[in-house]
Design a protein around this ligand. Structure first.
Ligand code: PEP
Ligand code: MN
Length: 343
């Protein structure tokens, strides 16, 4: 339930409504906006009498949020949420940030070469997994803490923001010491304990859509994070399992406008996992920007053929530089711009 106050409502009016809610055993969430304040109330709405709220001074209207996710919905918050992961790296605004880097952090030479290359091309954040959720237990699992130390080094040297994955509750606290944004991978989208943990940690989260998750599943997973008080969530479309083996995944571009209609959270696209092959990343990255994505995340490796994970879909530094050039033109064509990129 959302109680929308009149633009003329006083602080005392807002306080009175909050007190009324508290007396009934709920926690009010006042959300001051540019025009008016709204007060959110999550829980069992049936015990709340909306009509008596509507009669209180300063109340404009009472909205029953109809979707199963509440705080994530556009009904709850009409304006798009801007998620700032580092100074100047903002998702959800006019500018479109690009996150790039290898699938996994492998060693110092590799991550530093990747960081310098993506920065030179205009990326504003570095990706790279230190904890890797691999389909096989015998595949490279990531360098763990050492990988995080290497990301910290890359950040010190380049100033790039760091986006890296947390796979479990304990790891999330460790990753949060290094990351500007914690990635929750497709395989963990419905790890509700992990979602609550990153909700409590409070740092920005990049939540990837599960490979067989509906858009509603994705939004309900995001709701777990917001329900803990963390509104800094960036959603990510990364492709779905399909019947067609012609591509690794079916990259669901439609999810971008659908999510933007249903939710105020920004959504970025991952054309690397979405396609699985480096020659398909550029056209689908262009398409993602054209479809209105609030960011893209692209795998780039200094020597993709030697990559310890996802080499086939990793762009070379030259391919990534060309991708950035083209993405600037597409962004320009739709009246947006790629963040911080002048290269
Ligand atoms: C990744 O970003 O390298 C990754 C493992 O992605 P996903 O969780 O989308 O498979
Ligand atoms: Mn990967």
């Amino acid at each position: 339930m959302l109680i929308v106050m009149k633009p003329s409502a006083s602080e005392a009016d807002v306080a009175r409504v909050c007190e009324w809610i508290r007396e009934r055993g709920y926690t009010p969430q006042p959300m001051p906006g540019a025009q008016r304040t709204a007060i959110g109330l999550v829980g069992n709405d049936r015990r709340i009498d909306g009509a008596s709220l509507e009669d209180m001074p300063g109340v404009a209207e009472v909205i029953y949020v109809s979707s199963p996710y509440k705080q994530v919905s556009r009904e709850w918050k009409p304006e798009t949420t801007m998620v700032t992961i580092a100074p100047g790296v903002v998702f959800g605004g006019h500018e479109v940030p690009v996150i790039a880097g290898p699938c996994s952090v492998e060693n110092e030479v590799q991550i530093m070469a990747a960081a310098r290359a993506v920065q030179a091309a205009g990326a504003v954040a570095l990706r790279g997994g230190a904890f890797k959720p691999r389909s096989s237990p015998y595949s490279f699992q990531g360098l763990g803490r050492q990988g995080l130390e290497l990301l910290a080094l890359a950040k010190r040297e380049t100033g790039l923001a760091i986006v890296t994955e947390a796979m479990d509750d304990e790891g999330a606290h460790l990753v949060a010491e290094y990351a500007d944004c914690l990635q929750i991978g497709a395989r963990n989208m419905q790890n509700y304990s992990l979602l609550k943990t990153v909700g409590k940690i409070g740092k920005p989260v990049l939540l990837k859509r599960g490979m067989a998750a509906t858009i509603q599943d994705l939004l309900l997973s995001a709701e777990y994070i917001l329900a803990e008080g963390n509104t800094q969530v960036i959603l990510c479309e990364r492709g779905l399992r399909s019947f067609d083996s012609a591509s690794r995944n079916l990259f669901d571009l439609t999810a971008i406008p659908i999510v933007q209609q249903l939710s105020h959270l920004p959504i970025v696209a991952d054309p690397s996992h979405g396609t699985g092959r480096r020659d398909r990343v550029l056209p689908m990255a262009r398409a993602a920007i054209a479809a209105g994505a609030d960011g893209v995340i692209i795998e780039v490796h200094p020597e993709p053929t030697k990559a310890m994970s996802d080499g086939a879909q990793s762009q070379t530094p030259d391919q990534f530089a060309e991708t950035m050039r083209q993405l600037r033109r597409v962004a320009d064509a739709i009246g947006r711009s790629i963040s911080g990129s002048s290269a």
